[in-house]
Design a protein around this ligand. Structure first.
Ligand code: SF4
Ligand code: SF4
Length: 359
């Protein structure tokens, strides 16, 4: 299991160049040195050397992070920033009361039970896909889908007229919330479970509605299948859509989405759709799971900035591909007090299910 002491060399690679400050959404918003990796590494270096205690104050700054990975992408030293922060959080939880509370929340009797409950009550609403088809897809049902299966149903509805077979399996959470909150044992547990289900399936590929689930699944070291997001799947299959009226749309790129070209390809395959790219289309929506609770005012301020950029292109619909980002965008609308006459906010699968397939 990762522990902060394993990363002392990696932390030392930080040259304090400050390039991460130019891309970190929280540093740009607050100007606080401890909000960004450069400042956090100064603190964590002190912890590794034994000069500082991994205490409540340092934990506060560990939690002040969106885990968006923007700093890692730009870091000339190539530091895997989020992995180090998760390890530090894990070390902190091991030695504090809060850790035992988190352990209880993520245990089988709460987190898994909570999801199972929603899965059972939603099962009767599931739309079954056709069989006897050419390509077999294994649908990775993330936690958000278990609570609200709208995206899964939209995806299956789109495919119901085409030659694909969509299978389900008894997946657990992809692990993102556990890694982010430092509960690495639980992250390992779900990774092993999901890897076993995927590797034993004879599907052609795994598809998911959530950029964070895809990001997490791709980090499973021993997976033997390709993982595609919905949008990548539609782009690869070159499926064409026809909407019965004109819509002006914009797209919020989730931090964990890597393949933005697939979005542009799918939208260019949509008849009657005008796509307008907003400024800062790839900036974080501010939601970031637990961060929206632990740092609510920062989260809300980032969501508001984001939605203002989206609204500036005057769209009928704002699209994205992550259930948490949808919450972030809605949080932004509420903060702007633009609840009426606001554009719709949709996952791209729900949006595409409004169209006919062009054959
Ligand atoms: S960009 Fe990387 S090396 Fe430079 S200050 Fe930030 S974390 Fe350190
Ligand atoms: S992961 Fe994102 S929010 Fe966290 S320090 Fe890096 S750029 Fe800032």
């Amino acid at each position: 299991m990762d522990s902060l002491e394993n990363f002392s060399e990696e932390i030392n690679k930080c040259s304090k160049c400050g390039l991460c400050q130019a891309v970190c959404p929280l540093y740009k918003l607050t100007g606080n040195d401890c909000a960004v990796s450069k400042g956090k590494f100064v603190m964590l270096n002190g912890v590794v050397k034994g000069d500082l205690q991994l205490n409540k104050n340092i934990n506060k700054y560990l939690e002040m992070c969106l885990k968006c990975g923007k700093c890692s992408e730009f870091c000339p030293s190539g530091i895997d920033v989020c992995r180090i922060f998760s390890s530090a959080k894990h070390d902190y939880l091991k030695n504090h009361f809060e850790g035992r509370v988190v352990q209880l929340l993520f245990s089988k009797f709460t987190f898994d039970f909570f999801l199972r409950f929603f899965e059972i009550i939603q099962r009767k609403n599931q739309v079954l896909s056709k069989s006897n088809t050419q390509k077999s897809l294994l649908y990775f049902r993330g936690c958000a889908d278990k609570i609200n299966p709208a995206e899964e149903n939209a995806f299956k509805n789109i495919l119901s007229g085409l030659q694909y077979n969509v299978e389900n399996s008894d997946f657990k959470c992809c692990g993102v919330p556990f890694v982010s909150s430092g509960y690495l044992e639980k992250a390992e547990d779900v990774k092993m479970h999901n890897t076993m289900l995927i590797n034993s399936s004879d599907c052609d590929c795994v598809v998911t509605s959530c950029a964070s689930c895809k990001h997490s699944l791709e980090k499973y070291e021993t997976l033997n299948k390709r993982v595609l997001s919905f949008v990548e799947f539609f782009a690869e299959e070159n499926i064409k859509f026809k909407f019965d009226k004109k819509y002006r749309v914009t797209f919020h790129k989730p931090c964990h989405m890597k393949n933005y070209d697939a979005v542009k390809k799918v939208l260019s395959n949509c008849e009657n759709i005008e796509y307008i790219e907003m400024d800062g289309y790839d900036e974080c929506c501010g939601f970031a799971g637990q961060f929206a609770i632990t740092n609510h005012s920062l989260s809300e301020a980032l969501s508001k900035q984001k939605i203002e950029k989206a609204l500036s292109v005057n769209p009928d619909i704002i699209l994205t591909e992550c259930p948490a980002c949808i919450l972030g965008l809605k949080q932004g609308l509420l903060a702007c007090k633009k609840i009426t006459a606001a554009p719709k906010i949709l996952n791209i699968a729900s949006f595409l299910s409004m169209a006919d397939i062009k054959k």
